[in-house]
Design a protein around this ligand. Structure first.
Ligand SMILES: CC(C)(COP(=O)(O)OP(=O)(O)OC[C@H]1O[C@@H](n2cnc3c(N)ncnc32)[C@H](O)[C@@H]1OP(=O)(O)O)[C@@H](O)C(=O)NCCC(=O)NCCS
Length: 149
């Protein structure tokens, strides 16, 4: 498996990532092309690949007030789920973010998304609070945090 930091000129890969956003999240929660390019240029966009095939995607924004990032989006291509790629990408991104001096990762997750919550807990993320109506009426989120140092 190859761990790749996506660069702005890799349009073919960015198009694949965008297709996976639609497939993985539908109309709610996925990143559009505007957001993807902002992760690439001003945050971090990392993927796990098998040759030309996209496996998993991690999208990070910087947190201005501290040495931290917000994991905006994380997904594995539907046909590749349950094979350990999500965990593999998280491990690689943690290593990379530590090298950049990042100390903490924030993310939010649907409290009903047991698969994702299991994965994050397995990787040392802790639920810090329930954010009621965070993304609109009845759209609650768990705030989870991973300390990298
Ligand atoms: C959540 C997601 C990224 C997991 O990716 P993945 O590559 O399938 O995950 P992995 O195969 O590395 O599995 C990691 C862990 O997730 C959990 N998990 C995976 N599949 C599961 C299932 N069917 N039921 C319960 N837990 C499951 C387990 O804890 C697993 O570790 P284990 O195999 O040691 O038990 C993937 O399901 C996905 O893309 N979902 C849609 C998008 C999404 O919800 N993203 C998270 C938004 S915050």
């Amino acid at each position: 498996m190859d761990f790749v930091e996506v660069k702005a000129d890799n349009r073919e890969l960015i198009d694949k990532i965008y297709s996976n956003e639609l497939e993985s999240f539908g109309v709610m929660g996925g990143a559009d092309m505007w957001m993807l390019m902002s992760f690439v240029r001003y945050g971090q966009l990392y993927v796990l690949m098998n040759g030309d095939e996209l496996l998993s995607v991690a999208q990070y924004q910087g947190v201005m007030s501290e040495n931290a990032v917000f994991l905006y989006g994380f997904s594995t291509v539907p046909s590749q789920r349950g094979k350990g790629y999500g965990v593999e990408l998280l491990i690689k991104t943690h290593e990379e973010l530590i090298k950049k001096g990042i100390e903490k990762i924030y993310l939010t997750v649907d409290p009903n998304n047991i698969i994702a919550i299991n994965m994050y807990q397995k990787m040392g993320y802790l639920v810090k609070e329930l954010q009621k109506n965070e993304y609109g009426k009845d759209v609650d989120r768990f705030l989870m945090v991973k300390e990298l140092v």
